[in-house]
Design a protein around this ligand. Sequence first.
Ligand SMILES: *Cc1c(COP(=O)(O)O)cnc(C)c1O
Ligand code: SF4
Length: 453
Amino acid sequence: MMILEKKLKFYGLKDLEKIPQFNQLPEEQKFETKVVSHVLPFRTNNYIVEELIDWNNIPADPMFQLTFMQKGMLANDHFNRMADALRRDLSKEELKEIADDIRREMNPHPAGQAVANVPVLDDEPVAGVQHKYRETCLVFPTGGQTCHAYCTFCFRWAQFVNMDDLQFATDESKRFQQYLKEHKEISDVLFTGGDPMVMSYQKLNAYIEPLLGPEFDHIKNIRIGTKSLTYWPYKYVTDKDADKIIDLFDRVVDSGKHLAIMAHVNHHVELSTDVVNEAIRRIKKTGAQIRTQSPLIQHINDDSKVWSTMWKKQVNLGLIPYYFFVERDTGPKNYFAVPLHRAVDIFRDAYSEVSGLCRTVRGPSMSATPGKIQVEGITEINGEKAFVLNFLQGRNAKWVKNPFFAKYDEDAIWLDDLKPFFGDKFFFEKELDEFIQKKTDQLGKNDIHVVNF
Ligand SMILES: *Cc1c(COP(=O)(O)O)cnc(C)c1O
Ligand code: SF4
């Protein structure tokens, strides 16, 4: 397949009007997008604009919704405050102050869980590492704390607008390696971000290469969580360092480790271009596997047909459907959230339309403080409706695969909205509270805040 080279061009807030397709839109739509982009971080790129968005289907187009801000993404009060400020032509500094106020009110860091996943080495927290499930350690490379475009629904936006001091990122230094060396129970290292694949070959290699050495024999699987496959597939095809990246993947596989690309794919449209198909072909040729995951998001993929079409397409391309997430309850949740009972319906309808090869996917799953909790379905107990829940991953591994029940609630969108069906606490709550207390004591006043994965 002959793919023409494309040079990556980012579009941010100040470039909105330089996007010819955007400029054609009605003034009202343009103004709304501009208002919201002054608060939430906007970034798209020339590939998304030219090859993924259907500009004849605005504003409904899922790829437009995925990277362009919409009015409903802010509360009315917040929207009006910023719209007024722009109409009054306030200074840059004044606009920033208003934006920061609104952002603080939106609270991207759910309280209380701030410290729970941070590991400790020699009595000091290990920056840029989260270790929640015994086998798998998350690493956040400093150079990978941004993305090829920003998803409108993303809860990591605080770090993209510099509200955060990036204390949870790590450099290439030996500290995270030391932690991995000392923890032989860890079999999987998952590089995440932002997007680690925004890093140059050289940076990426500095993180991965050392793990191929003998002192990391216990690390069997290296995973890279990334959206680059569908936001910038040229990374693997025509970019300057594309061949070196592919060569690095080859070396990981040749070393005897499994390399898993955890690709974030929200809609089947993202798998439709020649360049993404070529990127998939090149990655798979190294022996790496590509597993896919996505949250369920209103306005983007809240339709079972979108999922069944996407999973079929993925399996056809040799990708492995992995996780179907419930969108977390932070950020512009009113715009994106889908109630749990609808998530169950959409998952079930999609799942029942595909062959067993697609049914490697698991969900709907909430990545909450106690673990990854799957909503298995809705049942009746003594004539009363109940959610059936289960841990896919637990902070305590013993919690996994013990079905439990919550009262049915039409409006519930997250674990916090649920009440136990029996008794007044879920079976894991006491232990979880004790754990968080212990961790808080251990880390003392270090006051690091961490996104709750
Ligand atoms: C999802 C997740 C993992 C990986 O879990 P798997 O089920 O092994 O894919 C690891 N750590 C955290 C914090 C996670 O949220
Ligand atoms: S690519 Fe991932 S980290 Fe980046 S904005 Fe999208 S969801 Fe967030």
